[in-house]
Design a protein. Structure first.
Length: 256
């Protein structure tokens, strides 16, 4: 693969950073389009996405650094080189949810309704961003003998070289795009505000937990060797999402 897409003199265009940016723009574009379906202005969606961008990058990078902190203690300047890869989705998710919830309260926008608007776009953008992982060689899989195994040969990438590996980046790209399609189809059948967002969390966590079993890179330990950090966080987030689904469904169908 090609971690550096273009290099001219001192200028380098990193493929990972390019696809993360493209994913963000796709998420914004679809969310603004989706906002019309819910009667929310594109300007409000743009404001929210600016907050999501900043808080998600900080949260995603912070969790990545915490998971592999000994390596960053030896080379602290590497913390800031996010264009090389190294963002953990759940770190970005937690950071973005917290910051966005505060911003929505300040702007007077409905929290659950707005969450439903942006959830499909986040899944779409995440799918595109994972293409960057494939080019950078991060989030690589375990060694396997499958006919569709992938071999990385570029020494500038992060994956082990010349070994047949599970294409976990492709698994994540396809699962997120499939999730995007599910959420879009579900919108016409939603029973309460917040349903799309909460279903997104639960299905994503399930997909991610399965794919994690094929990952070969170090992802931190949540429960001894049984669960990775992302699996552990995903389990907690899924339980919280399920509790909210039950609560909001009962509130929406309460005859009182």
């Amino acid at each position: 693969m090609h971690p550096i897409l273009i290099q001219i003199s001192g200028f380098k265009l990193y493929t990972y950073g390019l696809f993360v940016a493209l994913g963000f723009m796709a998420a914004l574009w679809f969310s603004k389009k989706n906002g019309k379906f819910y009667g929310v202005s594109g300007e409000d969606i743009s404001d929210i996405f600016f907050i999501i961008l900043i808080s998600a990058v900080i949260g995603a990078r912070l969790l990545y650094v915490l998971i592999d902190y000994p390596a960053f203690l030896a080379h602290p300047l590497e913390i800031f080189k996010i264009w090389n890869g190294g963002l953990v989705f759940f770190g970005g998710f937690i950071g973005a949810v917290g910051a966005t919830a505060v911003a929505l309260r300040i702007k007077g926008l409905p929290v659950w309704k707005t969450a439903d608007i942006i959830a499909p776009g986040i899944a779409l953008g995440h799918s595109i961003g994972r293409i960057g992982c494939l080019f950078a060689g991060c989030c690589y899989g375990k060694q396997c003998e499958l006919p569709f195994a992938i071999r990385f040969t570029n020494p500038q990438g992060l994956a082990p070289l010349n070994l047949p590996l599970h294409p976990t980046q492709v698994y994540m790209m396809l699962s997120n795009f499939f999730l995007f399609l599910i959420l879009v189809g579900l919108q016409k059948h939603k029973k309460f505000h917040g349903m799309i967002f909460l279903v997104y969390i639960m299905i994503y966590s399930a997909f991610r937990s399965v794919i994690e079993t094929f990952r070969g890179d170090y992802r931190g330990e949540f429960l001894l060797d049984f669960l990775s950090m992302s699996q552990g966080i995903g389990l907690i987030v899924s339980c919280v999402a399920l509790a909210f689904i039950i609560k909001l469904y009962r509130s929406a169908n309460d005859p009182d």
